[in-house]
Ligand binder design. Structure first.
Ligand code: SAM
Length: 462
């Protein structure tokens, strides 16, 4: 329920957009509690929640009847699902409509906290690579945590201003700009955003979005896609930006077929090249929060900037690609991953990345501020190897470790970083699982064990 009155300028604009009777329904919907929904991680195989309803446009998303304690659910910490309002899942439907190569290269330019990045990561699966970028350092941390827990290992995280991406022009099969906005679509879920709203802020946001889009427009390959989304309704932050993309870069419209039963509002954005379809989600028509999305395609032959060059001789001051024979290194007996991974060392940290993306990754790593990539397997401490949390949470095999399945109560204790009693007699590293999903590592010392769950992730609730 809203405790803040809605600004009169906002109400006036919504009346124009919706008409009087629809405005009343919209305002009534804002007085209802926001629906709670989750999107499952298909790679982690959690069953659909009991007493939930599927979301029409998003095959892995489910509406829950009430809000459970996610913090006390081990599946949540295992990256088995992401708590995401339902409208955002439309991106999955959009991606399924695009004509993409078998192994797409994708960019999410405004990625934190990672809701849409984790969706894209699942869409790309084993074949594609996602570059997830977040310019704000503190928000980059949460993006990293969510990416690690999602566990697919097909994501490179960078922390760069959109302007730095000029070095990767003409490179991506699709680019998502989920832009920072005035947040009108969040008024119900986050009433604080009502307080922050003003006509001046809408103008400020539009200026920022337009600058981001100027950079983003050069990044897809010819005939690649640019997906623009905001969680706001006004046309200044939405249609106005689409018109500039069309006028300045000649982007073409892409129509996304939608089922009328979904309640999504399609309208036409008039541009100098004709009408472009755009999609809005209103809370009185869909079981989700406010969202705007439009899909555009870069024209085929126009080349605004030179394509990025693929790296050949990789030289980096801190990052080193390791030779294939690392797999047989005597001080490293525990690592026996599939052949199709490449290994990198950064300081004493060891990473694995799908081998097919080596050239691209090295191109990115020499140009951008990389914060994380692939799966961090663990750390070297002198001659021994300490397996790390990201490896436990990833889908990569961990063949040479003992495994112990924990109960729900034991898993919660593990996630609180409390001591765990292991039934295994063998000393050494033990991978602890919850319902078959890797949660982290415990070191069995015989009479006691050490809990290696990262302290910054631990549950701090009783
Ligand atoms: N895509 C995210 C998701 O689904 O979880 C939400 C993205 S949020 C709407 C927009 C993001 O853009 C924020 O994380 C914000 O920090 C970032 N941002 C803010 N200013 C920016 C700028 N000038 N350029 C690029 N990104 C910016």
């Amino acid at each position: 329920m809203n405790e803040y009155p809605l600004p009169s300028h906002f109400l006036e604009a919504m009346k124009q957009q919706l008409g009087e009777s629809d405005l009343n329904l919209f305002l009534q919907a804002l007085q209802q509690p926001a629906p709670v929904s989750i999107r499952l991680n298909p790679s982690k195989g959690m069953p659909a929640p009991a007493a939930s309803e599927p979301v029409g446009w998003s095959p892995h998303a489910f509406l829950l009847q009430s809000r459970p304690s996610f913090t006390l659910d081990p599946y949540f910490h295992a990256g088995a699902y992401y708590v995401q309002e339902a409208s955002s899942g439309f991106l999955n439907h959009v991606l399924n409509q695009l004509e993409l190569p078998e192994a797409p290269l994708a960019l999410d330019l405004c990625a934190a906290p990672g809701g849409k990045s984790t969706l894209i990561s699942s869409f790309l699966g084993e074949k594609g690579l996602l570059l997830a970028n977040e310019v704000i350092k503190s928000r980059n941390q949460v993006l990293k945590e969510n990416t690690i827990k999602w566990g697919l290992g097909n994501t490179v995280i960078t922390q760069n201003d959109p302007a730095h991406f000029a070095q990767l022009s003409n490179s991506f099969d699709f680019v998502l700009v989920d832009a920072p906005c005035s947040g009108e679509g969040l008024f119900r879920k986050d009433p604080q955003s009502i307080q922050e709203w003003s006509p001046e802020n809408v103008h400020l946001c539009q200026g920022r979005q337009s600058r981001i889009l100027q950079e983003a427009a050069a990044l897809p390959k010819p005939e690649g896609y640019l997906i623009y989304s905001t969680c706001t309704y006004n046309s200044l932050e939405n249609e106005e930006n689409i018109r500039s993309l069309v006028a300045n870069f000649g982007y073409k419209p892409v129509e996304i077929p939608i089922d009328p039963a979904w309640g999504i509002s399609q309208s036409a954005c008039e541009t100098e090249r004709g009408a472009y379809p755009v999609y809005r989600f209103y809370p009185h028509r869909v079981p989700g929060e406010g969202l705007f999305m439009a899909v555009l395609q870069r024209p085929p032959s126009e080349d605004y900037r030179k394509p990025a060059k693929m790296g050949k001789d990789f030289r980096h001051p801190h990052l080193q690609r390791l030779p294939g024979k690392i797999r047989n290194h005597p001080s490293f007996p525990t690592l026996d991953l599939a052949e199709n991974y490449a290994y990198y060392q950064y300081s004493n940290h060891l990473f694995a990345l799908p081998a097919r993306w080596v050239a691209w990754f090295e191109t990115i790593a020499t140009r951008m501020n990389v914060q994380y990539f692939g799966v961090e397997l663990g750390d070297w401490a002198r001659d021994t190897f300490l397996p790390g949390p990201a490896w436990a949470l990833s889908l990569l095999p961990k063949p040479s470790y003992a495994v112990e399945e924990l109960t729900t109560e034991e898993t919660i204790r593990y996630l609180k970083k409390e001591p765990i009693t292991l039934s295994k007699a063998d000393r050494g590293w033990v991978l602890v699982n919850y319902k078959g999903l890797g949660m982290g590592w415990v070191k069995n010392l015989g009479n006691r064990s050490n809990n290696y769950y990262p302290k910054e992730w631990r549950i701090r609730m009783d």
